[in-house]
Design a protein around this ligand. Structure first.
Ligand SMILES: Cc1cc2nc3c(=O)[nH]c(=O)nc-3n(C[C@H](O)[C@H](O)[C@H](O)COP(=O)(O)OP(=O)(O)OC[C@H]3O[C@@H](n4cnc5c(N)ncnc54)[C@H](O)[C@@H]3O)c2cc1C
Length: 329
């Protein structure tokens, strides 16, 4: 069985960026991802019957942020991104760019040439001599010298504290990480009878913090369809709600605003959409097991895509160049 230099858990932008940088410096890297696709919260859902697609997670990238701009150039992503400036604004931000083929293209592009195993949900971790043994829900085993977890902290905790994990692991959990919070969100995708209510705008506020995005205009689709994002407060209160009830709430708002849903719909719940309370004053990542085990991702460096990239930047600099320039964690 192959013993990799690195196993990276999670193929979001943190994990994929790190993997590309490590691979470019001749490290052997295995990326393990529980979903069917790469990109994590940069996610696109397709309705295969008629070519409709929705970005049901993050809708666009703030390409005016220095981290994002530099990363887009480094990873050669310019050709995928369409700047809103000439056309319209995404979610009323002033500097966002989106992918005209769906934001999941970023994950697909970043994973090119990487050793990525999808639909592998890491279940437990054990330390054996100087190696780590990762076991998936399906029972397959992967070995690596170093491991980087890039999933949201509650998901990392589940793996670290799993009863099948090494006892040593549970002692590594710092209670500070229990204070990190993530804001939930629901995304409701639906066809509608007409898009006139948008009056040419890309977004429409539906009240109570719900926002509809004109997906047809964003992607130049023939069929009228929208995606509605819920506010954090509502999703926190309705986190365990039946998807049908979530749809009924959104449907009422859509009808009130002249956007009558027709036909099928889909509901996606994000339990961990965006970091809320984050790890303050750290190095952008956590280092454990004498520098063999790492936790990284947005919550170690702020919130959102820029923070995820900041975390990936700091950890890759540390691993590859050992800059030691970020102070103590
Ligand atoms: C609805 C929504 C709207 C957003 N809007 C914005 C915005 O406007 N601006 C902004 O900057 N950011 C926004 N974000 C947040 C942004 O998408 C994230 O901050 C960023 O994508 C985080 O990247 P990441 O790689 O750190 O984590 P993730 O993308 O979460 O990647 C972690 C990966 O780990 C995988 N994983 C989890 N557990 C396991 C396991 N046990 N085994 C294997 N794999 C596992 C997950 O499937 C996932 O692919 C939004 C997010 C959502 C959901």
């Amino acid at each position: 069985m192959m013993n990799y230099d690195y196993a990276i858990v999670g193929a979001g932008i943190t994990g994929l960026t790190l993997a590309r940088r490590l691979k470019s410096q001749h490290q052997t890297v295995l990326v393990l991802e529980k979903s069917r696709g790469a990109g994590g919260r940069l996610a696109t859902r397709r309705w295969s019957d008629d070519g409709i697609f929705f970005d049901h997670g993050c809708e666009g990238l703030d390409t005016k942020s220095s981290e994002v701009e530099a990363w887009v150039k480094e990873m050669n992503l310019e050709s995928l991104l369409k700047h809103e400036g000439d056309d319209f604004k995404i979610l009323d931000h002033s500097s966002n760019s989106f992918c005209s083929g769906g934001i999941s293209q970023i994950g697909r592009r970043l994973s090119e040439g990487l050793e990525l195993q999808k639909q592998v949900k890491v279940h437990s971790i054990q330390r054996i001599d100087s190696m780590f043994r990762l076991q998936s829900d399906e029972g397959d085993v992967h070995l690596a010298q170093k491991v980087v977890f890039t999933c949201p902290l509650p998901q990392i905790k589940q793996i670290i504290l799993n009863e099948d994990s090494d006892n040593i692991m549970s002692k590594l959990w710092d209670p500070v990480w229990d204070q990190v919070t993530y804001e939930p969100s629901h995304s409701v995708m639906s066809r509608v009878s007409s898009l006139e209510a948008f009056s040419g705008n890309l977004t429409k506020k539906l009240g109570e913090g719900f926002v509809a995005v004109n997906v047809s205009q964003k992607f130049r689709l023939k069929q009228p369809c929208v995606i509605v994002h819920s506010p954090t407060s509502w999703s926190s209160e309705n986190l365990e709600e039946d998807p049908e009830q979530v749809y009924i709430r959104v449907k009422t708002l859509l009808i009130q605003h002249g956007l009558s849903p027709v036909g099928s719909y889909q509901v996606h719940r994000w339990r961990y959409a965006l970091a809320g309370k984050v790890v303050r004053g750290g190095r952008g990542f956590a280092e454990l097991c004498s520098g063999d085990l790492f936790f990284a991702g947005e919550a170690f460096a702020g919130t959102g895509v820029s923070a995820a990239l900041r975390s990936a930047n700091k950890l890759s600099d540390h691993l590859l160049f050992d800059t030691n320039g970020y102070g103590e964690s």
